[in-house]
Each structure stands twice: as C-alpha cells, then as structure tokens.
Design a protein around this ligand. Structure first.
Ligand code: KMH
Ligand code: ZN
Length: 253
C-alpha cells in the first residue's frame, strides 16, 4: 500500500484566535506549528498567511518569510493557498505563486460558503491553473461539491491540469457536500484513473471521512483550517495534536 500523506492545514483564512486561541497566525507561530506537524507525521503543509493584525493576506513577502522559516527546520512540501479568504480578488490570490512552491490549491468552482459566496469563475480557475502549469507547481484540485468535481475532471481531461492529478475532497462545508460515506465513494469513483485524492472533513466530519480515505488508498488533510475542535466541545490544543491522531489511526487501520 502507498504511504499515507497527511497534509496540515494549520491556519486557514476564515478562522480567528477568538475561535481557538491556539491558532497559529504570526510567521514564527506558523513555522513552529508546521514543524511540530512534520514531527507528528505530516508531509505537506497547506499555507495561508496573516498580516500583523492577524487578518488574512496573500502577501508574497509574508509567504516568503513563513516558507523560509519552515524550510530552515524541515522538509515539508509547501502548498500555498490560492483560495485566500472569501472575497480576496483573484490577482491577489495568485501573487505568491511567483515563489514557485511545490504545490498550490486550485478551487474549481463557486459555491455558497456559509453565508457568503466563494467565487471562482471558470476564467479565473483556468488562469490560475495555467500559471501553475507554467511555473511547474502541482495543483491540488479543491472540490466542495459535485459540480466542482465535474469541472476539475474536465480540466484534467483538457490537459490544462497534468495527469496524474491530485484531488482534495472538502467534505462538510456549510452548503457544500457533506461527509456522508456515499458522497465520498461517489466522488472517488468519478476522478480520472491514476489520480490521487485526499479528504478534508470539516468539523465533526473529520473522523468520519479520514478512515474511509485511509482504507481506500487516499490521503488526509487535518488542521485548524478545518477542525477547531478535537472532540465535541473540546478545542484542539495544536495542529500537531490533530495530525498525531490521524497518524495513530492510520497505524491502527
Ligand atoms: N478560505 C476559503 C474560502 C484554499 O485554501 O484553497 C477557501 C480556502 C481554499 O481556504
Ligand atoms: Zn485553505
């Protein structure tokens, strides 16, 4: 069996320290969190950055600072977010790609995201995909519902995204597809042959979908971006705590 790849989504863009005071926001906090996730078994870090006020940012300089700090301590694969926060203009979202991280997220459709719209027009998705292809960056195709999955598959078939492609099934966002097992198996059945996939279960869905992915040859993303709680009513202490649980679970399974 392939080794399990655990991605740590350590910060996100919609989260705040008020929601969980352990959220890493400054470059030093993020580097420490990433390093501890690597020690616990993560091999990819999905990165968003924050400005000095703790607000979400797509500043190339901040991405450079955090990347340098992480690379000085471990060999985590860096995956930059091009999703940014809800409402971040696409040109800003694309800015850090110039640093050529190994991977970047590619959100392949618009969706109601809680009470807001996370907008990803087809022309913007294609332009981000083209930039990633030109810069030699491996896209992670982010899908939150079945329409997005169709679009991601079409982009792979068109050749704009190279095969073998890598998909992330984000299951359980408010108004996106839920983490019901049948949703997971349906999505898995629709990706092009040879593709790899991971799951990110939002909130309570994390522990439901991670085992499904692990036993069916997939990979897992966890972290404060998706999971502010360790269990019902108990805030997570750290990203590493969430990674460690998935590493333990994978050994058990
Ligand atoms: N902040 C969300 C609206 C990504 O990183 O690519 C989108 C997001 C996706 O976090
Ligand atoms: Zn993200």
């Amino acid at each position: 069996m392939e080794k399990l790849i655990i991605t740590a989504a350590i910060t996100g863009a919609e989260t705040t320290k008020a929601m969980n005071s352990n959220l890493p926001c400054s470059p030093a906090e993020q580097a420490e969190a990433a390093f501890r996730c690597w020690q616990a078994g993560a091999s990819v870090v999905h990165l968003h950055v924050r400005d000095e006020a703790g607000k979400p940012s797509q500043s190339l300089e901040l991405f450079r600072e955090v990347s340098d700090l992480i690379r000085a301590r471990c060999d985590l694969i860096l995956q930059y977010s091009t999703g940014g926060a809800v409402g971040t203009p696409v040109a800003e979202r694309a800015a850090p790609l110039k640093l050529k991280p190994e991977m970047a997220s590619l959100n392949v459709g618009s969706i109601n995201f809680g009470d807001e719209v996370f907008e990803n027009l087809p022309k913007d998705v294609e332009s981000l995909a083209r930039s990633m292809a030109d810069l030699g960056i491996k896209p992670e195709i982010e899908v939150y519902d079945l329409g997005m999955l169709e679009h991601g598959v079409a982009l792979v078939k068109s050749g704009l995204i190279k095969s073998p492609a890598h998909f992330q099934f984000v299951l359980g966002t408010k108004y996106g597809i839920s983490g019901a097992p049948e949703n997971f198996f349906h999505m898995k059945s629709k990706i092009p042959e040879g593709s790899t996939f991971a799951v990110a279960g939002i909130g309570r869905f994390q522990l439901q979908v991670a085992p499904l992915a692990i036993v069916s040859g997939g990979h897992v993303r966890v972290g404060f971006e998706d999971n502010l709680y360790f269990s019902k009513g108990v805030p997570a202490e750290s990203n590493a705590q969430l990674v460690e649980r998935i590493a333990d679970l994978s050994r058990l399974l």
